[in-house]
Each structure stands twice: as C-alpha cells, then as structure tokens.
Design a protein around this ligand. Structure first.
Ligand code: GLP
Length: 240
C-alpha cells in the first residue's frame, strides 16, 4: 500500500483530485468508482475546479457509486443520488446516462442488485474512491463473520446509523437498509484510493492497514489488493 499523510485538508483534496483527473486525462472513457460521506466533498470540489479551468473533461467518463440508502427518493436531500448531483455531477460535463448508483427505491431490490452487478461485470472500474466507517466498513459492507462479494441489501448497524444521523433531522429518519456494492466488486477495481480524515478514525485506520485481514474489519481486505493508495490527514495517520 502506498500510504501518504498530508498536513492540510487542501493538500489532501488537491492530491486526490489530481489522481482522478490524471486517470481521466490519460483515459477519457475511464470508469470511476465513487463514494459519498463527508470525506470526499473537498475532493469533488477540486475536481469541479479543474473541470471549470478546462483542465479535464468528463464527457466520456462512466461512474459507479458504491451505495445508496433504501427508501429515499433521488430528490431526497439525504439520498446519495442527491449528494452526487450536488457535489459533482451537476457541475461537470458528464451525461446523466453515464452515472450509476444503485436504486434504493426499486420495487424488487434483489433484481436491482443483480442488475447493478451485471453492469459492473461489463466494465472494469479503473479507480475506486473509498472512505471508511468507524467500524471499518467500506461502502456499506458492515463488519460480519462473512461478507458478500456482490451487490446486496444490507441492514445498517446502529453505530453506522448513529454516525450518519448528523446529516438527518433525527435518528428516526436514518434508513435502516442500504444497497451496497460488495467487497468482491470493490476489490476488482484496477486501483483503489482510500481517503480518511480525523482523529476519531486513527484506530480503525491502524486496524485496517496493519491489523489482521478479517471480515470483522472490512477495510482490512484492502491489504489483499495490489494497487491501493491511502491518503490520510495527520490525525487519521497518527497511530501508524
Ligand atoms: C457512509 C458511507 C461510506 C463512507 C462512510 C464514512 O457510511 N456509506 O461509503 O465511507 O459513511 O463517511 P464519512 O466520510 O462521512 O466519515
């Protein structure tokens, strides 16, 4: 793993954005795996800035997001579809038809998962962006004695719902279920960029990067991937 620690958020965001835009510049029809949460917001802002400067075009890019809540409509401001439009898609030249997220409103969620996997099988993700949950989850692959390789519906752990409740009006509004890309699909990406900030994630970063490889810390499975870049701020990296 290539682990880099940054002094400032701006430096980290700029580095991550450049990593993604460099891939798009060398391969205009690149497939990007994207993530949500608070961590990537500044990275997307930098990517938008580069697009506005004419540095890069996303016209031929395809994107796949890791996950989506079950039961939130795309225009609900807590849905990941809304988030992606707000922070990235609405500001760059990527056509709507080339951006994919699992549909958490699908009537048949199992069929939706299978359909998402079919699309993922047809294309190789060039670079997958990841954040990490406090319990080591990636996407919404929660710690468990076994993990699903494929896209699936997951019941969110209370700790995950609590961590994400800060974005909702109340805990009751946080969905109980989500659809997530499986760890197998994540690990099939050609390269992976894991971004983590904050002292509250220092311990899980240490476990994920240097601890045993275990499904109880889903991010530890990244140790098995040959091309992972880990971008940390000082606080997140302080236990390494
Ligand atoms: C959610 C998302 C994850 C994300 C995690 C951490 O649970 N499903 O993909 O990595 O939150 O989010 P944050 O960056 O806000 O700490």
């Amino acid at each position: 793993m290539d682990v880099r620690i940054f002094d400032t958020q701006l430096e980290l965001d700029a580095f991550a954005a450049e990593l993604f835009t460099d891939i798009v510049k060398s391969k205009p029809n690149a497939v990007l795996g994207l993530a949500t949460g608070s961590t990537p917001v500044g990275i997307y802002a930098k990517m938008v800035e580069k697009y506005r400067k004419g540095d890069v075009s996303f016209a031929d890019v395809t994107t796949f997001n890791l996950d989506e809540y079950v039961g939130l409509k795309p225009y609900n401001d807590q849905s990941y579809a809304y988030y992606m439009n707000k922070h990235l898609f609405a500001h760059i030249d990527i056509p709507d038809t080339q951006t994919f997220l699992p549909n958490g409103m699908a009537e048949d969620l199992e069929a939706e998962c299978a359909q998402y996997d079919r699309m993922l099988l047809e294309r190789q993700i060039d670079v997958q962006l990841l954040g990490i949950g406090h319990n080591g989850h990636i996407g919404f692959n929660e710690p468990d004695h076994a993990l699903s390789g494929e896209t699936h519906v997951v019941k969110l752990k209370d700790e995950t719902r609590e961590a994400n409740a800060r974005f909702f009006a109340s805990m009751d509004e946080v969905p109980e279920y989500a659809i997530t890309m499986g760890v197998g699909s994540i690990l099939k990406a050609n390269s992976i960029v894991l971004v983590v900030r904050g002292a509250d994630k220092a311990d899980i970063v240490k476990q994920a990067l240097t601890g045993p490889i275990t499904t109880e810390v889903p991010a530890s499975l990244l140790q098995t991937h040959p091309r992972v870049t880990v971008l940390l701020d000082r606080e997140a990296g302080r236990m390494l």
